[in-house]
Design a protein. Structure first.
Length: 190
């Protein structure tokens, strides 16, 4: 298994392709996204990794500053730009009520999302997918990004219910301004 990781060592989607760098998702960086589980730039604890990587697939607790007045929805996107794919692997997408300023550990679970959380489809399914980088591929960055949207996402995106739309269709569907945003990066390697 480590052989595949070493063979793909130089194949990575690229950090410049995460949602954070999309023109339509730019905005003031005032949400102050944090987690009690790990500091920005630190290692994500194994409990938050996927089961195939020895974890429990529990999304980390997150908190942030109050959304600015006029926020219709918060959009949370978790991506791995180090995946050996053409675009970052999306580990979670969720719409969060703008009155919410924190979600507990496990709030992104498909079976029981937290209060005020509506899960959308990630790259593979609905709900949080913990880090499971290929063995031997090196450290992977997991980018937790939170956007305060002035306009709600449309109910239908690319001809599908928004909850079932592919993440790469959801991101460009943001048409109103981003009033604020926050980012938290964690790393995981196996």
């Amino acid at each position: 298994m480590g052989i595949l990781g070493r063979l793909l060592q130089n194949k990575r989607a690229g950090a410049e392709l995460v949602a954070w760098h999309r023109e339509n998702l730019r905005g003031p960086e005032t949400l102050g996204l944090r987690s009690d589980a790990f500091e920005d730039g630190a290692t994500i604890p194994p409990a938050h990794a996927g089961r195939r990587a020895g974890g429990q697939n529990i999304s980390p607790a997150l908190d942030w500053n109050a959304a600015p007045a006029g926020t219709a929805q918060l959009l949370l996107i978790v991506e791995d730009p180090d995946a050996p794919t053409n675009s970052p692997f999306v580990h979670a997408v969720a719409i969060i009520d703008p009155a919410v300023t924190a979600v507990p550990a496990g709030a992104l679970a498909a079976a029981s999302p937290g209060a005020g959380v509506r899960l959308l489809r990630s790259t593979m399914r609905t709900g949080y997918l913990g880090p499971e980088p290929i063995k031997g591929h090196g450290p992977h960055r997991y980018v937790f990004q939170l956007f305060a949207l002035a306009e709600p996402l449309p109910a239908s995106i690319a001809g599908r219910d928004a909850a079932k739309a592919k993440p790469r269709a959801v991101m460009p569907a943001v048409t109103g301004p981003v009033l604020a945003r926050g980012r938290l990066d964690g790393f995981y390697e196996r």
